[in-house]
Structure formats: structure tokens, C-alpha cells
Design a protein around this ligand. Structure first.
Ligand code: UGA
Length: 479
């Protein structure tokens, strides 16, 4: 099986290049050990590369070096431990050591939303590049993986020119990542595409060598990994365009949910029906409390901010609407809660004081402990703000949730959370909640009312067990 290697006319075709360290395959460094950097470091060690991962957070590095992943990601712990044992993976806080080690340095640091606006904060990108560059002593390639505003790669080039020895010929490239939390290991080992933005044949060749393990694995499994070689701007834009598209798809179906709610339709049926059209497809069409996490929400905002700066703000104005639709879904849960509990909406929203509500879910999606911009936790906080006594349970996200929303009550099990509740809100579609037995839970609660914020429960089953069920964008089920 041949691996397709399309190139754009402006970029030279792949040629084999000498690895600066003299190693048989490039030695790799991953700068930043958050979800992205830690997962990539572990997975590329698994693919056989000699990997060093760097972070300024000594506690995190110590944890990783001792074989513990600091976040919940299925399958990553085992790979971390086996690759540490195999000696292919090391962790450090020293950029000097990274400079000495690697031929290819991947920037994997966070690019959060700026505190003072919608744009991306590039402080960590700047810090990692300026910490590394002065220590470089031989030729190397610095590859951006973090999600950034278009134009960042050029800026990183300028930083490198200022902080590294110009005689060394250090180059920059951009290669966005597309991993999804919960499936991160699979997404890195078996990506559905690799995108590289390069300016030279050397950078192209080095990046190919740095990904050869991915292509080789695909070849043994008779799969193909499409590779798109392009310029810096396109590579940077591919990432934000992909996330903007996914966010738009989710908000589209949530907008349909809003219409279904007033028209008496069922958005789950509607999604199924339109999804059969292969041009539309049925993935990312699940209506519910909307999207959250450390990527989609901040990426659509940063994309708008950057487009505005470039004079193309109008082109992305729809993303503002995508954001608003998304946030309206969170308010909808509070509104539904008030309706179910017989509370009238006041001028400052409904008054839920004196009610006890169980919130099942805190993480932004199942199989993750990430609560960044999590709809579940945001709704829990809004319910509490409206006066409800809110009891939260999440199978993995408790520690992060408690740190983010310390005033909510946290329970150690689903049963403890629902005990005595007048309303149960399922806001993250963990299997534990999807498979819960409504008849058993009915014995624990004070009122059999449930809001299915992810449309993940069997509505008929819950209704037959005596529950007053409300989904998102669907009518109450007929018994
Ligand atoms: C997202 C993208 O899917 C990845 O391709 C990308 O690499 C990543 O961001 C990133 O930029 O690093 P992730 O944030 O892990 O990945 O989460 P998603 O699986 O995209 O889910 C995002 C949110 O949308 C979740 O809150 C999820 O519950 C929600 N969602 C998803 C829906 O509400 N409906 C759907 O149909 C699908």
C-alpha cells in the first residue's frame, strides 16, 4: 500500500534529509505537557521515537515522570508507563536539555482566551520559544501544534530570528492537531489527516521523518493517512476552520432544537433524518446543552477576533450567532427546571430557592475530567445562582469541578447526588447515567422529574418508570 503524499506546487516534494543530531530518526521534544503535549509525547514514544517532554510546571513533570497522567484520558496511563520503562520517553523542566536533545521541537502549550477580550493569549507560545531558542546549538525545526491565530507562525519565525543563533539555520513549521479528548490516543496514533505548513524542502523532509512512524503504522494496518502540505497561513487556518465548522454544526442542530421546542417537533428525529443525507452526515448533530471544553468555545471567539483584525470580520460574523445559540441552550435548562418545578420566571430569571436539584455530569463531555467551559458545570452554577440547592456528581471531573466551582455541593456517587432531589439534570452523557435504571432512581428522589440535557436517556423508559421527562428540543414522551 502506498502512502499518498500530495504536495502543493509551491512546496518542493519530500526528499530525505540528514537528521541534525545524527540519530537514525529525528529526536523529538514536546514543549508543554497539557492534554496536547503529554498525549503527543507518549504516543510518539509509542511509535518508536526518542522523546523528551518539557514543562515549566515541576509538579506536573514529576507526576508524569513517575508514570501518572495528570488528567483523565483513556489508555494513556498504560502507554505512559510502558514507554517510560522502555526508555523512549523522558520528562524535564529544562529547556537546555530539550535543545540538546531534539531535532524537532513541537510547541504544544495552551493558547487560552485572553482575559481582556476574545483573542487568543499567545504568552505561553512566546515563553516557550524564547526559553528554547537561546539554548539551541545545532540546526533544528520548531513546529507549532497549538491552535493559534493566523500569522503566528511568521511571528514565531521572527522570535526565533531574534533569540537563536542565526548561523544555525533554525526553521519553523506549523502542523495543527485534531485530537479529541476521550479519543486522544487513537487520534494521535491514527490521525485522519496530517497537515503541515512549511517554507522549505528541509522542513518538509524533517516533518515527514518526524511523522514516518504514523505513516508506517498506517501501512501495516493497510490504511492511508492523507497528508496536506501547504503554507503557514493555510495550515494555521485549517485548524480554526475545522473547529468553527464543528461548532457551527452543533449550533445548527441546537437552533433546530429551539424551533422544535416551539413547533412541537423532535430534534432527535430531525437530526437522524437529515443525517442520512451523506452530504450532511449524522455526526456532531446531537442537540443538547451545547458545546464546551478548552477548544471550540475559545477557538470560535479567537477566530472572530483575528478576522476582525485582518479586516474580514464580516466573514465570520455568523460565529457570533453560533456562540449565542450555544449559550442560550444553557439558559434553556434553567428555564426548563423552573417550568418542571412550577416556578415562575421573575425579572432576574426564575427563583429556585428551596428546591434541591441533582446535576449529573460536570465534565464538558464523557470520558474526560476536563471542566473548562463545561456546559454541565455552568448550568449547575446557574441553578445554584437561582437559589437551588445543587448536588453534583461526575465520574471523573469532581476534583476539577470543585476547584472551578467550590461553592456547589459535590457527592461521591450518582445515588448520593439524586437522593432527596426534586429534579435530576443529566448534563454529561456518561455511560453510568445513560444506563442508569430509572425505576431504582425513582425510589431515591423526592420528585420524579428529569431533564435530559444531552438527549441521551431512553425517554420512554423513564416516562414509563413514572418520571416527568424533558429532553432538549423534543416533546415530552407519550407513555
Ligand atoms: C475539539 C475537536 O473536535 C477536535 O478535532 C480538536 O482537535 C479539539 O477540539 C482541539 O481543538 O484541540 P474536543 O474539545 O475534545 O475536540 O471536544 P469535541 O468532541 O469536539 O466536543 C466539543 C463539545 O461539543 C462537547 O461539549 C460535546 O459535548 C459537544 N458536542 C459534540 C455536542 O454538543 N453535540 C455533538 O453532536 C457533538
Amino acid at each position: 500500500m502506498t502512502i499518498p503524499y500530495p504536495t502543493t506546487p509551491s512546496v518542493p516534494a519530500f526528499t530525505e534529509v540528514a537528521v541534525p543530531s545524527g540519530a537514525p530518526r529525528p529526536r523529538l521534544a514536546f514543549l508543554g505537557t497539557g492534554y496536547l503535549g503529554a498525549t503527543y509525547a507518549v504516543c510518539f514514544a509509542e511509535l518508536g521515537y526518542d522523546v523528551l517532554a518539557v514543562d515549566v510546571d515541576a509538579a506536573k513533570i514529576a507526576k508524569l515522570a513517575s508514570g501518572q497522567v495528570p488528567f483523565h484520558e483513556p489508555g494513556l496511563d498504560e502507554l505512559l508507563r510502558s514507554n517510560l520503562a522502555a526508555g523512549r520517553l523522558r520528562f524535564t523542566t529544562s529547556y537546555e536539555e530539550a535543545a540538546e536533545h531534539a531535532d524537532v521541537h513541537f510547541i504544544c502549550v495552551g493558547t487560552p482566551q485572553r482575559a481582556d477580550g476574545m483573542g487568543a493569549d499567545l504568552a505561553y507560545v512566546e515563553a516557550s520559544v524564547t526559553a528554547l531558542a537561546p539554548h539551541l546549538r545545532r540546526r533544528a525545526l520548531i513546529v507549532g501544534k497549538s491552535t493559534v491565530p493566523v500569522g503566528t507562525a511568521e511571528w514565531v519565525e521572527q522570535l526565533v530570528a531574534r533569540h537563536a543563533d542565526p548561523q544555525l539555520g533554525i526553521e519553523v513549521a506549523w502542523s495543527p492537531e485534531f485530537l479529541q479528548e476521550g479519543f486522544a490516543v487513537e487520534d494521535v496514533l491514527r490521525p485522519n489527516r496530517i497537515v503541515v505548513g512549511v517554507k522549505s524542502e528541509w522542513a518538509n523532509g524533517m516533518l515527514y521523518a518526524a511523522h514516518k512512524g504514523v505513516f508506517d503504522l498506517a501501512a501495516t494496518e493497510e490504511r492511508e493517512v492523507p497528508l496536506v502540505v501547504t503554507d503557514f497561513a493555510t495550515a494555521e487556518l485549517v485548524k480554526v476552520a475545522a473547529n468553527a465548522f464543528l461548532a457551527t454544526k452543533i449550533s445548527f442542530i441546537n437552533a433546530m432544537a429551539e424551533v422544535c421546542e416551539v413547533a412541537g417537533g423532535d430534534v432527535t428525529q430531525l437530526a437522524k433524518a437529515i443525517g442520512y443525507d451523506p452530504r450532511i452526515g449524522n455526526r456532531f448533530l446531537q442537540a443538547g446543552v451545547g458545546f464546551g471544553g478548552g477548544c471550540l468555545p475559545k477557538d470560535i471567539r479567537a477566530f472572530q477576533a483575528r478576522a476582525q483584525e485582518l479586516g474580514a470580520g464580516e466573514a465570520l460574523r455568523f460565529l457570533h450567532e453560533v456562540d449565542l445559540i450555544n449559550l442560550r441552550r444553557r439558559s434553556r435548562v434553567v428555564q426548563l427546571a423552573a417550568e418542571l418545578l412550577g416556578r415562575r420566571p421573575g425579572p432576574a430569571g426564575p427563583d429556585l430557592s428551596g428546591t434541591r436539584i441533582a446535576v449529573l455530569g460536570a465534565a464538558f463531555k464523557p470520558n474526560s475530567d476536563d471542566v473548562r467551559d463545561a456546559p454541565a458545570l455552568a448550568v449547575a452554577a446557574s441553578l445554584a445562582k437561582a437559589g437551588a440547592d445543587v448536588h453534583v456528581y461526575d465520574p471523573q471531573g469532581m476534583e476539577n469541578a470543585r476547584a472551578a466551582q467550590p461553592t456547589l455541593a459535590y457527592e461521591t456517587s450518582m445515588n448520593d447526588a439524586v437522593a432527596g432531589a426534586e429534579l435530576v439534570c443529566v448534563l454529561t452523557e456518561w455511560a453510568e447515567f445513560r444506563n442508569a435504571n430509572p425505576a431504582e432512581l425513582a425510589d431515591l428522589v423526592a420528585g420524579k422529574r428529569v431533564i435530559d440535557g444531552k438527549n441521551c436517556l431512553d425517554a420512554g423508559l423513564w416516562a414509563r418508570a413514572g418520571w416527568d421527562y424533558r429532553g432538549m428540543g423534543r416533546p415530552a414522551p407519550a407513555l
